[in-house]
Design a protein around this ligand. Structure first.
Ligand code: SIN
Length: 492
């Protein structure tokens, strides 16, 4: 199968200060998860270079603030169009470095473009306000000002969409943003930087308003967080790293948005339309083979329908094509790296040792010509809340099923997790749908919906899943600082 052209200049390591930079730190090998082959060697940047990039990010923030709203909107809209126009190249790079099936990678490119559409529309409609004053001689005017220079750390599971989710509202609000992509998947962000540079030039926006800084995560994060120009950190990744970053931001009282791991429950009641519930379960469980933070991790099934539901789900899972992610037919590709597949194996082994039954799969699958990183779509029955697959996010193609007897028990099981990102409820009883959706202690609820992510929705979690919202009009607010001007009006 044809390898994608990665980006124009394979020497390029980062994009900062409005130009592509050669790296000055050690090389990062970017691997193809499907074959294990080295796709590219990207030289990272050192702390001093990252500090210079943080300075430039601050300079660009001042230029963005001065840019009229119509020009910001034009930039953001044109970025969405640019991403769509380059869909096939971006999708090929994304698949090569993440192992995401190519059909899904194209979907991710479109998903990314919608964040630009949405942020542009939100910026056009954004307005300050003027609350009714209590005193006759006072006028209060509330202004919306850009937060300034922002720093984003993005994950490997959505190498383009998570950049778009953070960058689009930042630019639309008049901020700059430097992105540190995951070391696993820096190539998509660098390819996007080419689109950004062209688009900024065409629209007359500052090129320095977006940077991609590649290198050692701790070094780069420290350089940006400690730099006085940086006014906000937004991070998507693990709870463990989120805690470290929050502690680093605390001395500067820096604004933070943390979208951390999940452990989503999917509740299926006996009154659900089972075919529809299976359809939606497939969407949440097999989007990127379960390697998403909002993927259903714990399947909570009402005892009377558990067997029927699992039989229907099993039939659908058996039909999933496991294979090379570049193949149009593939729905299950490789897991991202050896640690990911080792974690899935650990969860299955722990569940089996504690009494779960493997109904389907349960082991690696060999794919001709590929590395040993493919895991079979798997169903574990008779799981319990104390098993690793129920306590931790598996991040793989594993359904961990357990049963419940009442609505109350379902909600208790669902909420018995320190995570609170997403939850799903499947029922045809409208009252129950509302009751359970409101009782779930998380930021996103899929109510008869296995794909609740959308650019217009305020995405984010609570508890150990972090705080802050990204997407929708609320996403724009995350990059806005309110200021009010109080005015005295003389009436004599
Ligand atoms: C994730 O963070 O893994 C999910 C992102 C999304 O659904 O947009």
């Amino acid at each position: 199968m044809q390898q994608p052209r990665l980006f124009s200049d394979p020497q390029v390591a980062s994009f900062a200060e409005g130009r592509f930079l050669d790296g000055d730190a050690s090389e990062i090998e970017v691997l193809d998860p499907a074959t294990g082959a080295v796709l590219a060697r990207v030289r990272g940047i050192q702390g001093a270079t990252a500090a210079r990039a943080a300075e430039a990010n601050g300079v660009a923030a001042r230029a963005m603030r001065a840019l009229p709203v119509d020009r910001r909107v034009a930039l953001v809209r044109a970025l969405g169009a640019g991403v769509r126009a380059d869909r096939d190249r971006l999708a090929a790079i994304l698949t090569a470095e993440s192992g995401k099936p190519i059909v899904e990678s194209r979907g991710e490119v479109e998903y990314a473009a919608t964040f630009f559409d949405n942020a542009a529309a939100a910026a056009e409609m954004a307005a300050g306000d003027m609350p009714a004053a209590r005193a006759a001689d006072r006028r209060v005017v509330v202004l919306r000002e850009p937060v300034g220079a922002t720093f984003a750390i993005t994950p490997w599971n959505f190498p383009l969409a998570m950049v778009a989710r953070k960058l689009a509202p930042a630019l639309a609000a008049g901020c700059s943003q430097a992105v540190k992509p995951s070391e696993e998947t820096p190539l998509t962000a660098l390819a996007f930087a080419e689109i950004f540079a062209r688009t900024a030039d065409a629209v007359g926006a500052p090129r320095g308003a977006f940077s991609v800084v590649v290198g050692d995560a701790a070094t780069i994060a420290r350089a940006f967080i400690e730099h006085p120009a940086t006014r906000k950190l937004t991070f998507t990744g693990s709870t463990e790293v989120g805690r470290i970053l929050a502690a680093q931001c605390a001395p500067r009282l820096m604004r933070t948005a943390l979208e951390l791991g999940g452990n989503a429950p999917l509740i299926v009641f006996g009154d659900a339309d089972l075919d529809r519930a299976v359809e939606q379960a497939m969407l949440t469980k097999f989007r990127f083979m379960g390697q998403t933070c909002i993927s259903a991790n714990r399947f909570l099934l009402e005892a009377g329908i558990a067997g029927d539901f699992l039989a229907r789900l099993e039939a659908r899972m058996r039909a999933l094509a496991v294979g090379d992610p570049r193949d149009e037919r593939t729905r299950v590709g490789p897991l991202v790296n050896d640690a990911a597949i080792a974690k899935v194996e650990r969860h299955v082994a722990d569940a089996v040792a504690r009494g779960a039954r493997v109904r389907l799969g349960g082991a690696r699958v060999k794919v001709a010509g590929c590395a040993d990183r493919f895991f079979a779509p798997t169903i574990l029955e008779n799981c319990t809340p104390s098993m690793d697959c129920a306590r931790e996010e598996t991040f793989g193609p594993v359904v961990a099923a357990m049963t419940f007897a009442s609505e109350r028990e379902a909600v208790e099981l669902a909420n018995a997790s320190p995570s609170g990102l997403a939850g799903y409820v499947m029922t045809q009883d409208a009252d129950r749908l509302w009751r359970v959706a409101e009782a779930l202690d998380c930021g996103v609820v899929g109510a008869n919906d296995g794909a609740p992510s959308a650019a217009e929705a305020p995405f984010g979690g609570r508890k150990d899943s972090g705080f802050g919202r990204e997407g929708g009009a609320h996403g724009l607010d995350a990059y806005v600082d309110l200021k009010y001007i109080s005015l005295r009006v003389r009436h004599d």
